[in-house]
Design a protein. Structure first.
Length: 429
């Protein structure tokens, strides 16, 4: 009997701290753990007793890259609790804010964290020497996301202009048109990014878990729907019923809860790959063409394809944001973005958005004065870990059966974890 032990302490090029532990006996995995070693961050306890007005700004500190998503998710939860309906213009601005974080996250993940894996580098620094133009264009996309978040949210991270019922500030028509032009100029590089990641070789594996994404008829939604769908089972649920649809549970080797669908008991992946599988037909024309050219069509179940899905979303975001900016400049949305009037009342609400890394849920229970009695945050990475462990196990056994040695198996497992784009410090709560 042959025994293989793979231990990765402090996995590199991911956000946060995590270890990999894998043991194989005679080609069969007997232990497979993605150990999140971050301490509990206690955001749910931190907001208890606080006024609803403070909660979005506290919650945004869960993540720097995804801070816009946390703000919008909390606002949606509060508005569900208070019975607030916002204008179409406010919804459009919130989309821009969330999309800004997509540009920030996807450009960083693809070119700083993931690309070195496929170009034979241990970090992004050799890439900066060997192909400085590629890296500069990637950083330019991230800078464009920073600028969009600043113009819409008041600053590049932890936005301050988005409030319950609307926005406290909005840019003028000239700025909208300038940003539309900038989005159009960046599209060519985003299309190149799809081609680049399409050509990288990956191990042929198919996740056995499900995929979860926000859905809406004829749309590619990120913050305008309340419906989530498990892509493979076809089961749908309202975000307001998330605790009945998804079970979180603790494990001894991780500081993060793991998640599974209550109905099927299956783990699942929520990420760009899940969104593309769920709403491929609703991608913008350029993005859909790029996806088809890259061979990314549903059902795509190889988790490594999440890299390609993120690149496709860069194209989609640029097209979508350019169109939104022009419509906002032309006043082509009903209502203003000024906060609508509302009445503070006791209630319960769940906010739901598609953060860059996947489905994000915030549950809030408020008393009659609008103070938090209970809060729960379910981040994409926490939801992904159980499925990631299952995919790691399958990948290791597939490679062992093909005769790969321990060093190559270790490398591919690290690449798989990075393909999930985990935010490990966001996963503990």
């Amino acid at each position: 009997m042959t025994s293989v032990r793979i231990n990765v302490e402090h996995l590199a090029r991911v956000e946060g701290h995590g270890d990999i532990r894998l043991v194989m006996e005679d080609g069969q995995v007997t232990c497979c753990e993605m150990a999140v070693v971050e301490p509990a961050r206690l955001f749910e306890s931190m907001v208890r007793g606080r006024s609803f007005e403070e909660v979005p700004y506290i919650a945004s500190r869960v993540c720097g890259i995804c801070s816009a998503s946390h703000v919008v998710t909390d606002l949606r939860a509060i508005e569900h609790a208070f019975g607030v309906t916002v204008t179409d213009r406010t919804r459009a601005l919130r989309e821009l804010l969330v999309y800004g974080s997509y540009l920030q996250n996807h450009a960083t993940h693809l070119f700083v964290f993931a690309a070195p894996d496929f170009l034979g580098h241990k970090s992004v620094f050799p890439l900066a020497d060997s192909n400085p133009e590629l890296l500069q264009k990637a950083l330019g996309l991230k800078a464009l996301g920073n600028e969009l978040c600043t113009l819409v949210g008041g600053r590049s991270i932890h936005p301050i202009t988005a409030v319950v019922g609307g926005f406290t500030h909005e840019m003028d028509a000239t700025e909208y048109r300038r940003m539309a032009d900038a989005m159009d100029e960046a599209r060519a590089f985003a299309l190149e990014a799809v081609d680049l990641f399409r050509d990288f070789d990956t191990v042929d594996v198919r996740t056995e878990g499900d995929l979860l994404a926000m859905v809406s008829p004829g749309a590619y939604p990120v913050c305008t729907s309340d419906t989530a769908r498990f892509v493979r089972s076809g089961d749908e649920f309202s975000a307001q019923d998330v605790e009945e649809a998804i079970e979180e549970y603790p494990v001894g080797h991780s500081g993060a809860f793991l998640a599974r669908a209550r109905k099927t008991g299956r783990p699942y992946m929520t990420a760009a790959l899940a969104r593309v599988n769920a709403s491929w037909d609703a991608l913008c024309k350029d993005a859909r063409y790029a996806a088809a050219k890259a061979g990314l069509r549903p059902p795509e179940l190889n988790p490594f394809a999440n890299n390609i899905a993120q690149a496709v979303e860069l194209v989609d975001v640029l097209d979508r944001c350019a169109a939104l900016c022009l419509r906002l400049a032309d006043g082509d949305f009903e209502g203003t973005s000024e906060p609508v009037p509302f009445t503070v009342r006791a209630g319960r609400g769940v906010g739901f958005t598609e953060a860059p890394r996947g489905a994000l849920f915030h549950l809030l229970e408020l008393d009659g004065e609008g103070r938090v009695q209970r809060a729960s945050i379910m981040t994409p990475t926490a939801q992904n870990i159980a499925n990631l462990e299952a995919d790691m196990r399958q990948l290791a056994e597939t490679m062992a059966a093909a005769g790969y040695d321990a060093d190559l198996i270790r490398l591919e497992i690290e690449k798989l974890v990075r393909a999930y784009d985990p935010c490990l410090s966001c996963s503990v709560h």
